[in-house]
Design a protein around this ligand. Structure first.
Ligand code: RP5
Length: 212
């Protein structure tokens, strides 16, 4: 069986790495996941909880689907499926070219008990920061269990939403606009809690429960 598409994808990443595109035109965040079955957790879904795609687009990021034609937004992310065990050469190529392709931070998610994509990507892309997302509870130890000297930042199982916030925090060190959006997001969270608290208290538990 041939690997034409895989080879083409790897060649494309390498070519992009040599292009020296201006920083404002390259994706800021690279989201990779072990399988498209991880997408509901990594992006967020209607039936489950919101994910990285949801909060990033809320914060004004746009998904970049064409490396040479960036979307309008100043802040962008890209998304790929990269399997550590089925396509190790793609994992290597993605991690090795990420910095030269202009990526500032990688969010890597994988499920199963051998969730090696986040930690291997962190080792290869070092010193680029990698935020690991254990797609399932059983992936947690595998993602966070890095040896001393080989760092990874990781979130709780399934919390790609928080991974995206952490990635934005890293970018916000250099972009005050992102810092302001993060602060506004947090203020809104506070307001939401206050509003719910006031409603629960003033309406009483039975009426509040019925109204939900
Ligand atoms: C699924 O296979 C998991 O969700 C994981 O992310 C994906 C890829 O695993 P490997 O192909 O890297 O073993 O079970």
């Amino acid at each position: 069986m041939g690997t034409a598409q895989l080879d083409a994808l790897i060649a494309e990443l390498n070519e992009q790495a040599s292009m020296e595109q201006p920083a404002e035109e390259t994706p800021d965040i690279g989201i990779i996941m072990g399988s498209d079955s991880d997408l509901d957790v990594m992006a967020g879904s209607e039936s489950g909880r919101p994910g990285a795609y949801d909060i990033l687009t809320d914060l004004g990021f746009e998904e970049q689907t064409d490396y040479e034609n960036p979307p309008e937004s100043t802040y962008t992310f890209e998304t790929y499926v990269v399997s550590a065990h089925r396509t190790p050469e793609l994992m290597y190529a993605y991690a090795e070219t990420a910095a030269d392709r202009g990526i500032d931070v990688i969010i890597a998610g994988a499920g199963g008990k051998s969730a090696d994509l986040p930690n291997m990507t962190a080792s290869i892309a070092y010193p680029l920061p990698v935020i690991g997302v254990p797609v399932q509870e059983k992936s947690l130890q595998s993602v966070i269990g890095m040896p001393q000297g080989a760092p990874i930042v990781a979130v709780d199982a399934g919390k790609s939403f928080n991974a995206a916030l952490s990635a934005t925090q890293i970018l916000a060190r250099e972009h005050t606009e992102l810092r302001d959006r993060l602060l506004e997001y947090h203020e809104n969270l506070k307001e939401d809690v206050a509003a719910v608290s006031e409603q629960l208290h003033s309406r009483g538990t039975p009426e509040f429960t019925d109204s939900r």
